[in-house]
Design a binder for this molecule. Structure first.
Ligand code: ADP
Length: 154
């Protein structure tokens, strides 16, 4: 804990941090990927959420642990079932932009009850097309919090 900075100053520093500076690499699958392969991917990459993209590379869906569990108990052939059938689809995806603050991201995750947000750049607003540039998770927010609280004052 940095005692030279006031608590208020430190909190202020924290909430002004940009999503762009803390975002992690997004783990992406094609929306035609099978649920089986998505589960394998989830373990290999050690993440809780996968993002699905269409053939043009635009964000098409979000596939969470619970989505995969639900599909696994309700379906026999997970190798034949594409994630596009089970994912949360556009336009229902809650996204965040690189220029937003971590505070904005934290509020969105809590308000919408989700564990992660895809960080996106808008390609076309009318067509709802977005390029995926990263992800923000509750872990990201916690890590940023620690980094800022432990930062040495100059
Ligand atoms: P888990 O399913 O592992 O608890 P989440 O709480 O993030 O993970 O997901 C809960 C539900 O919300 C899932 O159906 C998932 O597809 C959906 N979801 C996750 N992230 C988002 C997001 N950023 N925007 C919209 N829906 C999301």
């Amino acid at each position: 804990f940095n005692e030279k900075l006031g608590v208020k100053q430190q909190a202020e520093r924290y909430i002004h941090q940009k999503v762009a500076d803390f975002k992690a690499h997004p783990i992406v699958v094609e929306k035609s990927t099978s649920v089986y392969d998505a589960i394998v991917q989830l373990f290999l990459e050690d993440v809780g959420t996968l993002y699905a993209v269409d053939s043009e590379g635009h964000l098409a869906g979000v596939v969470s642990r619970k989505d995969l569990l639900r599909a696994a108990i309700g379906n026999r052939n997970l190798q034949e079932l594409p994630v596009s059938v089970i994912m949360t689809r556009m336009p229902n995806i809650i996204t965040i932009e690189p220029e937003a603050t971590l505070f904005d991201a934290a509020k969105k995750m809590i308000n919408y009850h989700v564990d992660s947000l895809p960080v996106v750049k808008e390609v076309d607003e009318q067509e709802n097309t977005y390029l995926l540039v990263g992800r923000i998770t509750k872990t990201t927010i916690t890590r940023a919090y620690l980094e800022i609280m432990e930062e040495k004052s100059d």
